[in-house]
Design a protein around this ligand. Structure first.
Ligand code: SAH
Ligand code: SF4
Length: 393
């Protein structure tokens, strides 16, 4: 019998599991806190659990992180991890520190079936969905590994006993964005419990406003998320009309803009924020003219297909990769575009590129992952890589 990975469970599922082992719910809470708040992998560490339960668990369950293939830290503090998800597939997570927050960008799938033209994950094709445990393993590893680094740099932040002590430790990751590889709403069954763990006070205790799901526009699943667990929503728009969006974001043929905007309106009824964030990847000569910006104003304005959609725009400078045949918009073009949106009354930001020296930017991840994965396949027989890999934070 293969052991159960406890990273796959939200608290209710863990409680049900513990119940099957003859244990009360509060034991599950203790166990859950050990896993997610303390980063434990060894049941013997969990000294406040009865010895009988610890030995019961070690026979049937594991806390199984993802093997880390590589970790790169940028000079600006950005950290990128490449995780091995087996069969030659790898996924990436990126930590972006800012003055007032620490954001982790996580992946939901190995590859992606949507196939957007400007996205290297899309060009890679779809390999498979990640499990809840594999999604959470990225957060689990990043949080506890960053805490350990923070502890060595500034021990006082973690209290006199550090991580071994009983003092509550300061969280490093304050925000999670599902903007890594994959379309989270095409892996809803695994993403939903992972979101629950992120929000759970006994898990990562993040508020709904600090967890963002980014989608290319899987309309029925946007409705499901709005009903089940409304977190902050980002929608990857990239074009002001169907004729342009169809070839850029192929799922638009199934759920065209009017339907997508209708789903945004419905989502706002339960959303934790009173706006949708529209992401817009700036592609030179494709979608970046002032006329496109004016068309966007019309699309989300009161005369648009669904009336006014309360929103903010986040303009993303395209991260080029050769197979795309596309180029990044010039800076002046991005500025002119932003000016039109701002003068039209829309809050608009231009995403800063972070971690350039380690290729940590959006959509840059997968092509590289594939190359590295091939490198891993070639190198697994060698001792060097094995020595670099670590399952421990
Ligand atoms: N599948 C989801 C979430 C992952 S992609 C989605 O599409 O929303 C996260 C963001 O990165 C999306 O807005 C996507 O459009 C953007 N992106 C993808 N490839 C990019 C690239 N090469 N340059 C800049 N942004 C990119
Ligand atoms: Fe998939 Fe998002 Fe990339 Fe499109 S942009 S291919 S939906 S990961």
């Amino acid at each position: 019998m293969t052991a159960v990975n406890l990273l796959d469970f939200d608290l209710d599922a863990l409680a049900a599991y513990c119940e099957r082992l003859g244990e009360k719910r509060f034991r599950a809470v203790q166990l859950f806190r050990w896993i997610h708040q303390r980063g434990a992998t060894d049941f013997e560490q969990m000294t406040d659990l009865a010895k009988s339960l610890r030995s019961k668990l070690s026979g049937v369950a594991v806390i199984q992180p993802l093997p880390v293939i590589s970790e790169h830290a940028s000079t600006d503090g950005t950290v990128k991890w490449l995780f091995d998800v087996g069969a030659g597939n790898a996924v990436e997570a990126v930590f972006i520190p800012e003055d007032d927050r620490g954001t982790l960008c996580v992946s939901s799938q190995a590859g992606c079936a949507v196939g957007c033209r400007f996205c290297s994950t899309g060009h890679q094709g779809f390999s498979r969905n990640l499990s809840t445990g594999e999604i959470l393993a990225q957060l689990w590893y990043a949080e506890h590994s960053l805490r350990r680094h923070a502890a060595t740099r500034t021990p006082h932040r973690l209290g006199p006993q550090g991580l071994q002590g009983t003092q509550p430790v300061e969280r490093v990751i304050t925000n999670v964005v599902m903007m890594g590889m994959g379309e989270p709403l095409q892996n809803y069954a695994a993403v939903l419990p992972a979101l629950r763990v992120m929000l759970d006070d006994h898990g990562y205790g993040l508020s709904r406003r600090r967890v963002t799901v980014s989608t290319s526009g899987v309309v029925p699943m946007m409705d499901r998320l709005g009903a089940d667990l409304p977190v902050a929503l980002a929608v990857s728009l990239h074009a002001p009309d169907d004729a342009l969006r169809d070839p850029l974001v192929p799922i638009n043929r199934k759920y065209p803009l009017a339907e997508l905007l209708g789903a945004c309106q419905r989502y706002l009824k339960t959303a934790p924020r009173d706006f949708i964030t529209f992401e817009y990847c700036m592609l030179d000569g494709v979608n970046d003219t002032e006329a496109h910006a004016r068309a966007l104003l019309a699309l989300v304005g009161s005369q648009g297909p669904v009336g006014r959609v309360p929103c903010k725009f986040n303009l993303i400078p395209f991260n080029p990769f050769p197979a795309s045949g596309l180029l990044r918009s010039k800076r002046e073009q991005v500025e002119a575009f932003a000016r039109v949106l701002i003068e039209g009354g829309l809050v608009t930001t231009v995403r800063k590129t972070r971690g350039d020296d380690i290729d940590a930017a959006c959509g840059q991840l997968a092509g590289e992952v594939q190359d590295r994965t091939r490198a891993v396949v070639r190198m697994t027989r060698g001792p060097v890589l094995a020595a670099q890999r670590s399952d421990q934070p």
